[in-house]
Design a protein around this ligand. Structure first.
Ligand code: GLN
Length: 198
């Protein structure tokens, strides 16, 4: 039996995540399915969930409308959250229009790297990996603080732009763009360690 990875497709860059996780599964020699989903009932089919980038205020509204807050909070698999997904997953966010899921012990600041026109590539350092990662930052959030339950994973210009907590991984930038699968592979490796039955 393989790993079921569901990309939450309420809004945002869904197909890029599906393609990147399909490539990561095949690169790691693992069986699995990667699919997009829009309904709360689909959450129980997933071993891992991707919360993609997009517009966190919109995704927050749609999560509420589709009654997905409670099932996501109760989800016991791993969550891979990027950009807007990272804005949603923390315990605190600096915008009252976004209801945080409170799944990860981080506080998040939205749009910390400027507006759409300031979108750029930055060198990201990954803890435990000495090759820099090319991060695509698009109106990206920053991790303002990391509580004791979470651990910083990535840095850019002295800011924390990635963190892990149990099987979850969050990134301010877009690792699904650019073809470097190191962070996807690390997520799958950590997921396997947290759920040995996979
Ligand atoms: N700035 C957006 C937000 O806070 C995130 C941008 C992105 O996901 N690329 O929702």
């Amino acid at each position: 039996m393989g790993i079921n990875i569901g990309v939450c497709a309420l809004q945002g860059d869904v197909s890029e995540h599906v393609a990147a996780f399909k490539a990561a599964l095949s690169a790691s020699g693992q069986e699995g399915e990667v699919f997009s989903f829009r309904r709360a009932v689909d959450i129980s089919r997933c071993d891992a969930i991707v919360l993609p980038g997009g517009e966190s205020t919109t995704i927050s509204r749609l999560l509420r409308k589709n009654d997905m807050y409670d099932p996501l909070r109760a989800f016991r698999g791993g969550i891979f959250a990027t950009c807007a997904g990272l804005v949603l997953i923390g315990r605190e966010v600096d915008d009252p229009r976004v209801e945080p899921l409170g799944i990860m012990d981080i506080a998040v600041g939205r749009n910390a790297f400027g507006r759409q026109r300031d979108s750029c590539e930055r060198a990201v350092t990954i803890t435990g990996d000495n090759r820099p990662f090319r991060g695509y930052f698009i109106r990206a959030p920053v991790i303002l603080s990391v509580g004791p339950d979470a651990m910083p994973l990535c840095y850019a210009d002295h800011s924390v732009v990635g963190a892990v907590q149990g099987p979850h991984m969050v990134l301010s930038f877009h690792p699904e763009l650019g073809g470097d699968l190191r962070l996807h592979l690390l997520f799958l490796e950590r997921l396997g360690a947290y759920t040995p039955a996979l």
